[in-house]
Design a protein around this ligand. Structure first.
Ligand SMILES: O=C(CO)[C@@H](O)[C@H](O)COP(=O)(O)O
Length: 217
């Protein structure tokens, strides 16, 4: 399992301090939520934030685009330093083209499913992507409760991937904590995003250790 703290829950006035703190605890992947106020009812982080973070960390940057018209921004996010870019099935009218565009930039391509979107929609493009992000809350805000019915969805996706013998990672995001994380791991998730369960805690290093330990139990 690889744990990616979500910067949405970090201190926007001092990303550098928060990033250094999680790096010290062994983190090598950061999750960055980009929101446009159209696809989701919130606005957060853009290309300049990724550009500003890139030189202050050696972590890989996992950029989750919760935006319409993603194609217009892929080049800029790749150039700003994104290592992984994911786009929503629900927001892309030409998903195959968008995935190709991400890959042309040498960035890992991921597809995100909202809680109400079934995994079957991935059948035609599963062989083209590096990872799938299963939203375990409705996107737009941190601090929401995990939707338990998503565990079966993770298992269904894992079965689809195994049946076709593909090596695609399953990422989960939303309401992840010490109780919900083991359910996701058991169902097949290997990339795990956590916001409040890390940055919302007094002792972030302990919070990270506690979550990472769930991988061994
Ligand atoms: O994409 C999102 C929200 O839309 C997430 O990345 C949140 O930032 C997760 O926050 P927690 O649920 O872990 O607090």
């Amino acid at each position: 399992m690889r744990l990616a703290p979500s910067l949405l829950a970090a201190n926007f006035a001092n990303f550098e301090k928060d990033i250094k703190e999680v790096e010290k605890a062994g983190i090598d992947l950061l999750h960055i939520d980009v929101m446009d106020g159209h696809f989701v009812p919130n606005i957060a982080m853009g290309v300049d934030v990724v550009k500003a973070i890139r030189p202050i960390t050696s972590c890989e940057l996992d950029v989750h685009l919760m935006i319409e018209q993603a194609d217009a921004f892929i080049h800029d996010f790749a150039k700003a330093g994104a290592n992984m870019i994911s786009v929503h099935v629900e927001a892309c009218s030409h998903l195959h083209r968008t995935i190709q565009l991400i890959k042309q930039h040498g960035v890992k391509a991921g597809v995100v499913l909202n809680p109400a979107t079934p995994v079957d929609v991935l059948t035609p493009i599963l062989g083209d992507i590096d990872f799938v992000l299963i939203m375990t809350v409705n996107p737009g805000f941190g601090g929401q409760s995990f939707i338990h019915s998503m565990v079966d969805k993770i298992s269904a996706l894992k079965a689809m991937i195994d049946k076709r013998n593909l090596s695609i990672e399953i990422e989960v995001d939303g309401g992840i904590n010490a109780e919900t994380l083991p359910l996701c791991l058991k169902a097949g998730a290997t990339l795990v995003v956590a916001g409040s369960a890390i940055f919302g805690q007094e002792n972030r290093q302990k919070a990270i250790q506690d979550l990472l330990e769930k991988d061994l139990s």
